[in-house]
Write a protein that binds this ligand. Structure first.
Ligand code: PMP
Length: 401
């Protein structure tokens, strides 16, 4: 027997399938569409360099000292203004700066989830949220969905004997992994259903600013402020390496999230908060984010063209209107997980969709990121994927009776 008698939750901490896949795809010569990483070409290196120098010159003692668990005041104000501009009027007192929005997910799990408590998630959902919630041992309900997101009837059908479903975790904008966006009417219907069922909502929105054609509707939190926790992030509009995100919480819940944050890491690095505030304080993102949109839109177009040309008949996908991902459903008989080794051998990598389901996965699905490869490489990669799939389909047709 091991000397180390680990906590029960430790059994729920497993290596991320995505990280394991990324290791394989780091092989030279593999075109990877597997990563969930933003394009490093979009990082504003010069602005960051200047801001780092300015913070160290002007407020080194404060920036390098311990600081408040709530976060850097001016950055919290900035977030409150951004929320108001999106139609969600909040006080800066409701803003908690977190070490990435991934930490926000962990804090939500810690504060809201007991072992055996019901938590509702989309079908499919963000793998990292499942990883963050899993150690708290929820029992998931997978919400039935269509192209517009989860179905309001699925919320209405959630268990609501007290204390009921702790929350429904929603990704309204350019969802990871499907890329789908919830239209206004679906948001309204979901909020109505959630209010009737007394199921609070957790809204995760790291991709909302990365729209290509039209700005997405106002956040769900704006429709039900006292019933929604909102999570935001600087990872996709600036750089993920600073690990800066935020939680905007109803006043009732804020103190508990703050106490959980304090216990977790005291505070998010003050230096990082000040540097990012210095970069964005005078409207930098108003010029910078459109350049990311333009870059990603071109890459999206390249992938859309490649998929239309190369994927075998019976494949299904929708063109994402923002974000970083295509979600593809392969023809019947194709298993994305089983085909991955052949794909990597042929020089292309993707994430099998199975990783993103809390329950019964659809083995035909896969996620492709279009943001880390240049358009020419996207075209080559998708052509290779098409070839692997065709070869598989032909081979299985030959052995079919
Ligand atoms: N939520 C979603 C839906 C994501 O895709 C990601 C990053 N892949 C995160 C949260 C975490 O982002 P971060 O911690 O960098 O803010």
């Amino acid at each position: 027997m091991s000397l180390w008698n680990q906590a029960r939750r430790s059994a729920r901490l497993n290596p991320s399938i995505i990280r394991e896949i990324l290791k394989v795809t780091e092989k030279p010569g593999v075109l990877s569409m597997a990563g969930g990483l933003p394009s490093p070409d979009s990082f504003p290196v010069e602005a960051m360099r200047q801001a780092c120098a300015k913070v160290l010159a002007e407020s080194p003692r404060e920036a390098l000292q311990y600081s408040a668990s709530e976060g850097f005041g001016p950055l919290r104000d900035w977030v409150a203004h951004k929320m108001a501009a999106m139609g969600h009027r909040v006080s800066a007192d409701q803003v908690l700066i977190t070490t990435g929005s991934q930490q926000g997910l962990d804090l939500v799990g810690k504060v809201m989830v007991d072992a055996g408590a019901p938590v509702a998630v989309e079908t499919p959902t963000y793998l990292g949220a499942l990883q963050a919630f899993n150690p708290y041992e929820p029992i998931y309900t997978s919400l039935a969905s269509d192209a517009d997101g989860p179905l309001p009837d699925a919320i209405a059908a959630l268990p609501h004997d007290a204390p009921g479903t702790r929350f429904a975790y929603l990704l309204p904008n350019f969802q990871n992994p499907t890329g789908r966006v919830m239209p206004e009417a679906r948001r309204a219907a979901l909020v109505k259903a959630a209010q009737a069922a007394r199921v609070p909502l957790v809204e995760d929105n790291p991709y909302g600013d990365l729209w290509f054609d039209a700005e997405p509707p106002a956040p769900i939190a704006a429709r039900w402020p006292e019933g929604t926790i909102y999570l935001g992030s600087f990872s996709k509009v600036l750089a993920p390496g600073f690990r800066l995100g935020y939680v905007v919480a109803p006043t009732e819940l804020y103190p508990k999230l703050l106490q959980a944050k304090q216990a977790a890491d005291l505070h998010t690095p003050g230096f990082n908060q000040r540097v990012v505030y210095e970069v964005i304080r005078d409207g930098f993102l108003d010029q910078h984010v459109p350049t990311i949109r333009e870059r990603y839109r071109r890459q999206r177009d390249a992938m859309a063209a490649g998929l239309a040309e190369h994927l075998p008949e019976g494949s299904e996908w929708r063109e994402p209107q923002g974000g970083m991902f295509f979600w593809v459903r392969l023809p019947e008989g194709c298993d994305a997980m089983a085909l991955l080794p052949q794909a990597v051998e042929a020089g292309i990598a993707y994430v099998p969709g199975a990783a993103f389901y809390a329950h019964a996965a659809d083995p035909r699905t896969l996620r492709l990121s279009f943001v880390t490869l240049a358009p020419a490489d996207i075209a080559d990669g998708v052509a290779t994927l098409g070839r692997v799939l065709r070869e598989h389909i032909e081979a299985t047709a030959e052995i079919a009776p």
